[in-house]
Structure formats: C-alpha cells, structure tokens
Design a protein around this ligand. Structure first.
Ligand code: GDP
Ligand code: MN
Length: 391
C-alpha cells in the first residue's frame, strides 16, 4: 500500500526526521491561505501516488499567496503525467503547501529490498535529486549500499559510515547519523516495504548554519503486515488506486491488471502464474493475474467475469481451474451463470481438471453457450491465443 508524501512526512516527524513546515489543501483557497501562513514564499506540490512530479510540472515554487492560488487552480483536476504514472496520468486532488527552503545540496536516501542478497538495504548517494536514475547509470560508484542485518538491525556505526560517504562534515555527521537511524526506525516500526527520501537536503538554517531535511518523502507499506497497523491502514486513499483492483479486493479476488489481451481466471496463485507463462509460451499476452482462491463461489466467479470484461484491452478469456477440494461441477455452473449474466461478449476457453471434471464439462456443453473447451492446459492456452489472434 502506498500513502501520500504529506502523510509520509507526518510519520517522518514522529520518528525525529526533520521535514519542512507544511499544510495539505483540497481547494485553491485553502492553498492560498496555507501559503499566507508559510509567509508567501513556498512550494506547491501535487499529491499523487507517483514520483517524477518535479519534471512534470507538479512541483512549483511561488512567491506570493495569490500566485499559489493560480498554480493550485491549474493543478487541481489536472491529470499529471510523469514517467511513473503511465500515459493516462493521475488526477491531482490534494496539494501540499510547504515552506520553501534554501537548498545547498541534494542527497538520495532509501531503504529497499535487495533481491540479490535477500536483505533490506540502505542506499544513499551524495548526488540525489531529480536525476538519480542518471547518476546510477553514469556513476554507480556514487551509490552507497549498506545491508540491514536481519538479526542486528541497522547499526549506528553504519549510519556514521553512510553520513561520511555523503560528504557530511563536523556536526552534520552526527545529525546525519541520527536522521539515518530515524529512517531505519520508520521503516522497521511501520513494516514498510520501501522508504525513500529524494532529495534529502542540506538547507540553510540561518546564522551561517546548515541542517538536514527530508524535502521529499515516499513510504510504501507491506500489505501483509497492514493488519497490525490500523492507523496506517486508515491513510489509504482509494481514489489513487486502480478501480478494478478495488472492486476485486471487495470480492476477495487477487487481481492485478497487466497490459496484454488474454484475461485469465484461475484458482490458486501458483496455477495463475503457470497459466500466464503458458499463454506467453504460445505467443499470447496475459491481460491480468486473477486468482479466485481455493473455494471460489458463484458470486466470486460472476464478479471476476464482470471485472475482466470491463478491461477494454481484453479480447479473450481463459478459465483454467483445477478442482481439488473444489467441485468442477459447481465451478462449471458458476461459469455458465456468469457468462450468461455478462452476455459473453468475448471468446471463452475453459479447461477444467480434477474433482468431478466430467460433470463440469457436461454442464458447459449443455449450456448452449459457445464455450471452447481445452483438453489440457497447453491445448487451452493454444486455443485462446488462436481465438484472440483471429480477432
Ligand atoms: P518529485 O519530482 O516527484 O520527486 O518531487 P520532489 O518533492 O522531489 O520535488 C522535486 C524537486 O523540487 C526537488 O528535487 C527539489 O529540487 C525541488 N524542491 C522541492 N521542495 C523545494 C524547496 O522547498 N525549495 C527549493 N529550492 N526546491 C525545492
Ligand atoms: Mn523526489
């Protein structure tokens, strides 16, 4: 689960990570009032579940409250397209108004899973900011990695090492190490899958002093741990999530939209993955991952069909069900009912195997619907790829 930048910053403050003074706003008038509170000179930031806003015009520095109002009017309701949103973009419905800070240097900082070592890893770079991907490609030596030992946690000596690697000097090493421990603590306590601060900034603190501050904030939470964090769960903004995925979650379906044109309806995550692979093997492209689970009910099947059909990219459906505890007869009746309910506007290939498969196949054959049956997984995959290809 993702949360907004402003929410991540609220959480950061509770863990002692310095963030700029800010206020979130839902209307242009609220933006103007907040800008007045910040003294006029401030940063107006679109709140969407995607980064890359700076280059897309979603982060603007303004000098007067009226200017903040103008920028807000332009941003609200606009679909912001960044390299992370996809071509449709994301609609701006919230804006963060933040005091503008005088930035001397921009660093990169994150904690994320390193799949190569199967460990979480703290990643830092003295050259952060909007071109971090380019730094990683051009000068990989400028990216510092410190693994988080799963038994010991992130150690204070590692924090000092990273602070020094960022080029911090004097008092700032201690301040940096403290901030890094705060980031680690945030990640640990929230059971986050990723924390990212880009940029982490060295800012003018007045009287010739400089201090560190998280100017951007990203926090992704581990879905499987969310039940332990009702306060974090309450931060979910469904408006930012894919509507079909929300609908699927309501019916306890594991659904993830992909960009192919063959919809899959499968019971069990392992079989769902194998089904996607075999579709690819025969030259097709799966339109989704959809696992109806071990005990799919008629209602779930109907919901699954409705969701699949709402995806305009879908040109064919493959149902691949292995009846273990589940009775294929019941599944077949559910498929027939769902197909009749939705009018079955697309070619449908069904492969049923296992418990009571024979009776299931008879139910499909007797339904009067044009359902293509597959005798094996390979046969079904071949047939659906062909049906879609000829469309
Ligand atoms: P992103 O592009 O979605 O990652 O959005 P960021 O929050 O990182 O903002 C983009 C850029 O705007 C940052 O890299 C900063 O350079 C700049 N920026 C953000 N806040 C401030 C600020 O308070 N003062 C100044 N001078 N620049 C800022
Ligand atoms: Mn950023």
């Amino acid at each position: 689960m993702n949360i907004h930048e402003y929410q991540a910053k609220e959480i950061f403050s509770t863990f002692g990570i310095p963030v700029p003074r800010s206020r979130v706003a839902l209307t242009a008038d609220q933006v103007e009032r907040a800008a007045k509170e910040m003294g006029g000179h401030c940063v107006v930031k679109a709140q969407i579940y995607a980064g890359g806003r700076g280059k897309a015009g979603g982060v603007k520095i303004v000098h007067h409250p009226e200017q903040a109002n103008d920028v807000a009017k332009e941003l609200f309701g606009k679909k912001l397209v960044t390299p992370q949103t996809g071509p449709e973009g994301l609609k701006v419905r919230r804006i963060l108004v933040e005091e503008a800070v005088e930035i001397a240097r921009e660093f990169y900082l994150s904690i994320t899973l390193d799949r190569a070592t199967s460990r979480y890893c703290l990643i830092a770079s003295p050259e952060g900011g909007m071109d971090i991907e380019e730094v990683a490609a051009r000068a990989p030596e400028k990216i510092v990695r410190e693994p988080v030992d799963p038994a010991l946690g992130f150690m204070p000596y590692q924090a000092r090492k990273v602070a020094a690697a960022l080029g911090l000097k004097g008092d700032l090493i201690g301040q940096g190490a403290k901030l890094l421990m705060g980031v680690y603590k945030t990640w640990w306590e929230c059971e986050a899958s990723m924390v990212e601060i880009n940029p982490l900034c060295l800012v003018d603190a007045g009287e010739g002093k400089e201090s560190l501050m998280a100017v951007d904030a990203k926090l992704s939470l581990e879905d499987n741990a969310l039940y332990r964090h009702p306060d974090l769960q309450a931060m979910r903004d469904l408006g930012e999530e894919a509507p079909l995925e929300i609908e699927a979650a309501k019916h306890n379906l594991n659904y993830i939209k992909l960009d192919g044109n063959i919809a899959c309806l499968v019971n069990g995550a392992g079989l769902a993955m194998a089904t996607m692979d075999i579709i690819e093997h025969f030259g097709g492209r799966p339109a989704n991952f959809l696992d109806v689970g071990g005990g799919a009910t008629r209602d779930q099947l109907a919901a699954a069909f409705r969701i699949i059909i709402q995806d305009a990219n879908v040109k064919g459906i493959l149902v691949n069900v292995f009846g273990g505890i589940m009775d294929c007869g019941v599944i077949a009746a559910g498929i027939v009912a769902a197909a009749k309910e939705t009018g079955l506007p697309l070619p449908l290939v069904v492969r049923l195997e296992g418990n009571n498969a024979q009776s299931g196949r008879q139910t499909l054959a007797a339904s009067g619907l044009t359902i293509i049956t597959g005798s094996s997984m390979a046969d079904a995959a071949r047939k659906v790829v062909k049906a879609v290809g000829s469309k």
